[in-house]
Design a protein around this ligand. Structure first.
Ligand SMILES: C[S@@+](CC[C@H](N)C(=O)[O-])C[C@H]1O[C@@H](n2cnc3c(N)ncnc32)[C@H](O)[C@@H]1O
Length: 195
């Protein structure tokens, strides 16, 4: 089975339209084989979206997949949005989903972590690519710290069974503090501020 974070152009397309309800709005997203959570918006993603503070300024949807986080946030907050992912198929879908939801001028970047991103952000939002492994995920945490504006926040979701405890330990090392925005049934939403 292919991994959702690997570019595999040979993978047969299997486009689907999925529905998502967020803050009294109905969204439709096109998904495809080879991208994360193609049949429905992921539970962790939904928990993350439902527990974010009000956003402002420059926001990065890191590992955007087909764009469900960034698009939902852009439609409900006054923000300057950037979306980035390593997977080109996911990015094509993210661009299509922006267009289909009436969003123009969204910066969509192909990037392995922050390799093609030099900007700094007020918020970086992440549902981490668990299957890419701890080394990759911890690097995303470290590099997020380097790409925040002062008082900017890095906010991510993680489940206990996917290593929430070691992730929390890691971000505490990097940021020297963290806040738990949500904790239930193994799920955590963690916010770390650059002070
Ligand atoms: C758990 S999925 C989340 C996708 C989307 N944000 C969502 O909530 O449905 C993680 C995403 O990170 C991407 N990813 C994996 N490794 C990456 C890397 N090194 N740099 C950037 N994105 C990466 C994957 O392609 C995938 O789209």
């Amino acid at each position: 089975m292919g991994h959702y974070f690997i570019n595999d152009e040979s993978l047969t397309h299997n486009y689907k339209t999925i529905n998502f309800h967020y803050k009294n709005r109905d969204f439709k997203f096109t998904t495809d084989s080879g991208v994360f959570s193609k049949n429905h918006v992921d539970e962790g993603t939904t928990i993350l979206l439902n527990n974010l503070p009000e956003l402002r300024g420059k926001v990065l949807d890191l590992g955007c997949g087909y764009g469900c986080i960034g698009i939902s946030l852009k439609m409900t907050n006054d923000i300057d949005l950037t979306m980035a992912d390593i997977n080109e198929r996911a990015l094509e879908l993210a661009a299509l989903n922006c267009k289909n939801n009436g969003l123009n001028n969204i910066s969509i970047i192909q990037s392995d972590g922050f390799s093609n991103i030099s900007d700094k952000f007020d918020f970086i939002i992440l549902n981490p690519p668990i299957r890419a492994g701890k080394k990759t995920i911890f690097k995303l945490y470290e590099d997020s710290y380097q790409h925040l504006n002062k008082h900017g926040k890095f906010i991510f979701v993680i489940n206990k069974k996917h290593g929430a405890e070691s992730s929390i330990e890691k971000v505490n090392e990097i940021f020297n503090d963290y806040e738990i925005l949500y904790k239930k049934k193994g799920w955590y939403v963690i916010s770390c501020e650059l002070v």
